[in-house]
Design a protein around this ligand. Structure first.
Ligand code: ZN
Length: 246
């Protein structure tokens, strides 16, 4: 049995830093593909953006990630995107109570094989906890860090607060931290209302009524109680802005 020391060459990481990812970071990565009216927009569409995001979330070291990405950019991008999709599939499957895709399981199991391990290290003053990096595949190591809190929650059966935005064109993933645990929308002030506005409009269009587009977008003055949205809100307010700060 050998005892790793802080001065061992090779993959030993510098002492004094840690890599921590929580479930929120994992969800941030999943939601970096954002759906607006069902159309996906990748907010981390480039290698630079992904490397910066991973480094900023302290799941990997920028130089190591950069080096691996530049050695085969296409494969690297494909790997990260495939993993991101697999994380979403796991989340969706757990929420929807359906079987997860086999390809997603295989993808994440390959990544989890690169999960970092901690080790105790002897110091002059006692003992410290260090970690070793996977120098051949630092990206899978970083992705494993992000997957681990999700896996841990699954292992603990702690998924009853996992949610997918009830707007089918949005599908933002989030944890419901509300007191009552009845949150259905990613953001009550925008997405929920937008869905309600849409539902409200579609009801008004049946049967079709000839009216100018300007009228369609305006809160109708001739609304009857039957037209009102069947929700806790008094009236739908169209929200034209949408931020990522949910
Ligand atoms: Zn939403």
């Amino acid at each position: 049995m050998t005892i790793a020391s802080t001065s061992s060459p090779g993959s030993a990481a510098p002492v004094g830093h840690t890599h921590v990812a929580d479930l929120g970071a994992c969800l941030d990565l999943i939601n970096s593909v954002e759906y607006t009216d069902g159309v996906p927009e990748d907010h981390l569409a480039t290698i630079d953006a992904l490397v910066a995001w991973l480094a900023d979330h302290s799941v990997g070291h920028r130089d190591a990630l950069d080096a691996q990405a530049s050695s085969d950019p296409e494969a690297w991008l494909d790997h990260v995107r495939t993993c991101r999709l697999a994380l979403r599939d796991v989340w969706d499957a757990a929420v929807e109570g359906r079987a997860v895709g086999q390809a997603s399981v295989d993808t994440l199991n390959r990544v989890l094989a690169h999960a970092p391990h901690v080790e105790l290290r002897r110091t002059l003053a006692g003992v410290a906890v260090g970690h070793e990096h996977d120098r051949r595949d630092p990206t899978s190591e970083a992705l494993a860090r992000l997957a681990e809190p999700l896996v841990a929650a699954l292992a603990a059966g702690d998924v009853e607060r996992w949610r997918i935005c009830a707007n089918d064109d949005c599908r933002w993933v989030f944890e419901d931290t509300s007191r009552g645990g009845r949150r259905r929308w990613c953001d009550m002030s925008s997405c929920g209302n937008r869905a309600k506005v849409r539902r409200f409009r579609s009801r008004r269009r049946t049967p079709p009524v000839a009216e100018s587009p300007a009228h369609v977008d305006r809160a109708p003055a001739d609304r009857t109680s039957a037209d009102a949205p069947e929700t806790e809100e008094a009236s739908p307010v169209e929200d034209r802005t949408r931020t990522n700060s949910r």
